[in-house]
Design a protein around this ligand. Sequence first.
Ligand SMILES: Nc1ncnc2c1ncn2[C@@H]1O[C@H](COP(=O)(O)OP(=O)(O)O)[C@@H](O)[C@H]1O
Ligand SMILES: C[C@H](O)[C@H](O)[C@@H](O)C(=O)COP(=O)(O)O
Ligand SMILES: [Mg+2]
Length: 491
Amino acid sequence: MTAHIAIDIGASSGRLILGLLSEDKKLVIREIHRFKNGFVRNEGHDHWRIDDIINNVLIGLEKAKKCGVDACTVGIDTWAVDYCLIDKDGNKIQDPISYRDARTEGAINQLTSDLSRSDIYKKTGIQFLELNTLYQLYCEDMDALERTDKILMVPDYIGYRLTGKMVAEVTNASTTQMLNFRQRLFDSDLLKKVNVKDSQFPKLVEPGTVLGEIKEEWRNHYDLPEKCKIITVATHDTASAVVGTPGRGHHWAFLSSGTWSLLGMERNVPVVSDEAFNENYTNEWGAFGTYRFLKNIMGLWLIQEIARSQDYRHHFSEMAEMASDVTPFQQYININDQSFTNPGNMIQAIQNYCKKKKQKVPMTTGELTRCIYDNLALCYASEIKKLAQITNHPINALYIVGGGSNIDLLNQLTANLSGIPVYAGLSEATAIGNLMVQMIAEGDIDDVHKAREIIGESFPIQVYHPEQNPKWEKVLADYQSFLNDEAKEII
Ligand SMILES: Nc1ncnc2c1ncn2[C@@H]1O[C@H](COP(=O)(O)OP(=O)(O)O)[C@@H](O)[C@H]1O
Ligand SMILES: C[C@H](O)[C@H](O)[C@@H](O)C(=O)COP(=O)(O)O
Ligand SMILES: [Mg+2]
């Protein structure tokens, strides 16, 4: 039987997950390799160590062979927006620069000086984040761009290195903020704006497209399974996470909780209303012709950065334990504040923010973790209300997937503040969604509905019911007025 391997590479870690369908149609998964990810400073910019990532992918495939896999399909998904520039000889010009690099600071205002935000939003339906590919290319080194034959998004670049085939998979291509959703093509005005020719992007392909067998030359260096067919899945990790979310019915929202928190709904048509534009919601393309109407929230990046600054002396589960002993809601912070994007010293950034906003300053690891969890949950609850209002679609369940779904305290806080049940589990939903696209492409599973049914029957999901208590509404109202006051200060 052909095995399926998902390679899910998030901003903080990568993992290779082996997936098989059991006789009774249950999905059985096994982690066969995991590695840390992260960017490094080099020549004034933050770069991803893409060659290390590719080496880890191949080490993982070697481990798969040692587990007895001799024939497999392989799918790769990673974080969004970042890309590799490829010269005319097919070589990368430099390691991809991270979306957290400071080079795009102020780029939105510069780029939209003669191309209005509303026009860009009407074309693309994509949120305005300085980290988007559009602004990275706008700020790209001109010499590098001139030497560029092809621009490959990170997961497409990994697929290219493995097979020699170049494609632009649509779910991740949509995060560039350069796809015109009506034409389903790269928008010519936006290409021109950043001095990129249409031919510098490969052809757009849908998830499920077969790239081909891994190149023979890799077998000179790695002991790989006999058959390794690379399939282009929903290569934006969040798109794979949504495929892997076993939502039932039509009134569920997802929260992909990892380095980022991506809160949204799966829809068949984009929402590009004035309200969606004003609230900076995005319509990233999903698998199977859907749209992921969502909001980027800073996420557990803040926790990761606290852990890093403390040399990882506490495991994430210990930090969560410490937080549960701390009095709740001691301070409000705007979790999406620009100062948290990439401050270098996150503890200092949070403490400085609290001093500036006259909020109680969190000092201990427990207090800092509690502050982040409280304000993430408040942000989630506030955005769920907006999501329902903008889409005019009631939401009666939130599915939390990804590493953050392991945090009981955060799951319960989110249920209490949002007033809707939280279904949590599937910390590897991204990899599971990746596997499902492969299995659908290979005909092992009929469609995404069947896939979600199988997922729901294969993995335990914990329900967190909201506690009925007026105090939660009051806390949320206090938080909202804090944000409103903060917004007035900025104007
Ligand atoms: N057992 C746990 N307790 C508390 N937090 C956890 C636990 N497991 C994972 N996390 C949180 O999940 C995050 C990683 O989520 P993950 O989805 O793997 O991230 P990414 O895909 O962005 O690399 C960690 O940074 C941590 O904050
Ligand atoms: C910058 C993007 O918004 C980001 O990549 C996000 O979409 C994403 O996919 C993050 O995934 P993680 O697994 O790194 O949280
Ligand atoms: Mg992830």
